[in-house]
Write a protein that binds this ligand. Sequence first.
Ligand code: NAI
Length: 258
Amino acid sequence: MDMDRFKNKVALITGSSQGIGAACALKLAKEGCDIILNGHKFDERGEKLIARIEKMGQKASFLAADLSKAKEAIKLVNDAVKEFGHLDILINNAGVEKKADFWEVTEEDYDLVMNTNLKGVFFGIQSFVNYCREHKVAGTIINMSSVHEEIVFPHFAAYCASKGGLRMLTRNLATELAPFNIRINNVAPGAVSTPINQDLLNDKEQLEKVLQNIPLKRMGKVEDVANVVAFLASDDAAYVTGSTYFVDGGLTYHYEEQ
Ligand code: NAI
């Protein structure tokens, strides 16, 4: 594999202080990409990541923003362009989920999930597309969706609605943005060991049940997801747009022998 796939490229990765976003940052940096990290606020996780990326010989910076607010999502992209002078890759990774029975979902929780997972992403992409069109950049966009853009997840109705929306947004934009040579794809992780799944990881019985539905019989690693993100962000995927790549150990379409 060409280990310089991202030479002279800059990527903005949202929600990248930890979990899948942090793994994507490290993977792209390892292959020559300069990285702009993001999260609600800059803390020691961001500091450590910047140090690791700089050690690899790449530039790294952290821009705080609350992506549940469209204005902040737009500003983040604009600030990211200014940071290193250009921007080539946008990875919309930040996401939240809230568990509740459907009949008890509050408007506040619905708004938090939809605004973070869909509205902020929508307007961040719009800002990136405006920049790409103005500067004739063949930008690449990757949205961190979920297997739940496809399969049901009872008690997570807003989350499913947000990721389902992301699925259709990507399909739609692939066609609308193709004339500008801008590609957009979704990555749909299954069950990955990250802080978002801490409750599951702490509950042995529940974890066993989840593993029964995963043909490869293990949780995903953040690196499993980052590897696919890197492929889609690179020119190796030059002819791929409007797709969802499932990184789920076979979970989505598994079949249980009776
Ligand atoms: P995580 O909770 O470990 O990391 C998400 C990051 O996004 C956190 O650093 C958080 O602070 C940040 N974030 C959340 N809301 C934000 C906001 N409004 N503004 C700025 N930053 C914000 O989660 P994980 O597991 O790494 O998930 C990343 C993405 O992958 C999410 O979109 C999630 O829905 C998706 N995903 C994760 C799966 C898993 O099993 N871990 C499975 C399927 C999808």
